[in-house]
Design a binder for this molecule. Structure first.
Ligand code: HEC
Ligand code: HEC
Length: 505
């Protein structure tokens, strides 16, 4: 029977293990129960026959832990992850010719936390002022209420991920973003993890609010400040102004900031756009950085389990397919882009970037602490293959082998315009072609993720599988619909099993 059905589709498939079937029950033709039955071998739930066990074998699996890791990247103890003593001096050693892998990885980890590549960041006098007078009332110590992790080594309450840099705003010193601001954080289970997408980071609020306390100190109802910020900051500003040192500090900060120029000021509309961003999402191609003149929202990705050349080849990936649009061919070119768009004045050769690239490639997803029922995981793995998920998620961590169009996914398509490609597909902000599509991301450490899809609009796996409602907001670029293959054509039991499986990766 099975042979016959397959024979109708693939003339050669009869005497072999069924190929992953083109998903008849997912995507456009969602709901076709017959297709689902065929694909799962006619007995998806509860099936224990040998054939279905083989299906589970084909699903992506959790990667084994590294045998002798040179760095310690996941722990409830922040100091253990920062391992300051082990990292100190590693980059000097590399500069002086050390080539052994542990030293290079430790240098790469140091760079991940502290290297700014000479990019320009936020003026130091402003950060100091905000922390001193608004740390307790609004931003949190170390800007923790914006999702930053306070740097235990900072006396002034600065966070990890903002580091001293040679790039200045006018004549004023700045702290610039390092990889750690966005790709390091505290997972919901309490462990700190390097490579974790910091989905608590309120990048939008930080950028929108930076100058607001100063402006509001002289006029509490200044219309140049977005209404939301005026309301949120009314009490903190009033309280700060009661302190005796405040006016003096304000004057000093104001004077120092004169040298920074006013170029970074955002209009009220721009503040509103930033304020509407969900945490863990951003438009990174807009002022104060390089501006592509389109508003696109993307979610911070985790950096775990980047596939090596062998894994990419066996999955059929054309290259490293980095970024949500899958258009960046190597990590090295991704890093070069970060340096360029951060408007660095410093030349960074691939050799100088390579310890960081090696370190990022060494990062592995931590395992969940939750106890998952092994049988449920296996049933979920079978479904993943049987229901056609593997068609698009066939990489070593479930990443896709090609870029998909937004029509195929039904997710918010605004991101297709990132880098503002012209009719020839070429971006005006750099010498490259834009894919206008979206990749299927790696699915490693999903148990720790609090945002899903490229724009972060879906908050849980339950929402992704339509077991609980998604955010109905229709904000452009941030709509939560799409990826119907996890909603239609699956029973509730199948969805729960798929979720359990996904959390095991
Ligand atoms: C201000 C936040 C921020 C900082 C700082 C940052 N990233 Fe990212 N990163 C992102 C976002 C957002 C994305 C997704 C962007 C996209 O593709 O649209 C991303 C994507 C990536 C990707 C692509 C992953 C994939 O699977 O496609 C890599 C690799 C990466 N970042 C590495 C780094 C490294 C290394 C650093 C430090 C040099 C860094 N990032 C600094 C926010 C940040
Ligand atoms: C047509 C190709 C396709 C099929 C079929 C498909 N996916 Fe996806 N999947 C994608 C793409 C592309 C994305 C990213 C879409 C976006 O962000 O807009 C994605 C995103 C996801 C995500 C979110 C990952 C993250 O970090 O945000 C999960 C989980 C997922 N898919 C699971 C599944 C499961 C389970 C199935 C089968 C029931 C499935 N997918 C079927 C292409 C597909």
């Amino acid at each position: 029977m099975r042979c016959l059905v397959f024979a109708l589709i693939f003339t050669t498939a009869c005497n072999r293990e069924p190929e992953p079937v083109q998903p008849p029950s997912v995507g456009a033709t969602a709901g076709g129960a017959a297709g689902g039955d065929v694909a799962t071998g006619g007995g998806s739930s509860g099936g224990t026959g040998g054939g279905t066990a083989d299906l589970a074998e084909r699903a992506p699996k959790r990667w084994p832990a590294l045998a002798n890791p040179a760095t310690h990247d996941v722990d409830v103890d922040l100091a253990a992850v920062l391992e300051a003593q082990s990292l100190a001096g590693a980059c000097d050693a590399v500069k002086n010719g050390a080539t052994d892998r542990p030293t290079r990885l430790r240098c790469g980890k140091w760079m991940f936390f502290y290297e700014t590549f000479g990019t320009t960041g936020v003026p130091v006098p402003l950060l100091d002022f905000l922390q001193k007078h608004y740390g307790d009332s609004y931003y949190g110590r170390g800007f923790s209420r914006l999702g930053f992790i306070p740097d235990p080594a900072s006396m002034k309450g600065m966070p990890l991920g903002l580091a001293p840099t040679t790039g200045k705003a006018g004549t004023v010193s700045t702290l610039a973003f390092t990889c750690a601001s966005c790709h390091f954080g505290k997972m919901p289970d309490g462990r700190y993890a390097v490579g974790y997408g910091n989905l608590s980071l309120d990048y939008g609020k930080l950028l929108a609010s930076l100058g607001a306390p100063l402006t509001l100190s002289s006029n509490a109802s200044d219309p140049k400040v977005h209404l939301q910020l005026r309301q949120e900051l009314a009490a903190p500003v009033a309280a700060a102004k009661m302190q005796s040192s405040y006016q003096i500090d304000l004057g000093i900060a104001g004077l120092q900031l004169l040298g920074a120029g006013m170029g970074g000021q955002l209009t009220v509309d721009e503040q509103g756009r930033f304020l509407a961003l969900r945490t863990g999402t951003m438009d990174f191609m807009t002022k104060p950085l390089v501006e592509d003149h389109v508003w696109t929202v993307s979610r911070i990705m985790s950096l775990w389990n980047l596939p090596d050349a062998e894994r990419r080849t066996s999955a059929g990936m054309p290259h490293e397919m980095l970024s949500w649009n899958g258009g960046v061919d190597t990590l090295e070119s991704f890093l070069a882009g970060f340096v360029t768009y951060g408007q660095s004045q410093v030349e960074w050769s691939p050799a100088r970037l390579s310890p960081l690239a090696d370190y990022v490639r060494s990062l592995r997803a931590p395992a969940t602490l939750a106890l998952l029922e092994a049988d449920e995981v296996k049933e979920g793995a079978r479904l993943f293959v049987g229901m056609g998920c593997l068609e698009c998620h066939k990489g070593a961590s479930g990443e896709g082998a090609r870029v998909f169009t937004f029509d195929e996914l039904g997710t918010d398509a605004t991101y297709a315009t990132i880098y503002n490609p012209g009719p020839d597909g070429k971006s005006p902000v750099g010498d490259f072609f834009v894919t206008r599509g979206v990749k299927a991301p790696r699915m490693a450490g999903l148990f720790s993720q609090t945002r899903f899809l490229h724009n972060g609009a879906v908050a849980t796996l339950e929402e992704l599988f339509c077991l609980s409602p998604r955010d109905p907001s229709r904000v452009e670029g941030q709509r939560s619909d799409g990826h119907g293959m996890t909603c239609q054509g699956l029973t509730e039991l199948e969805k729960r099993r798929l979720i359990t499986y996904l959390k095991s990766l």
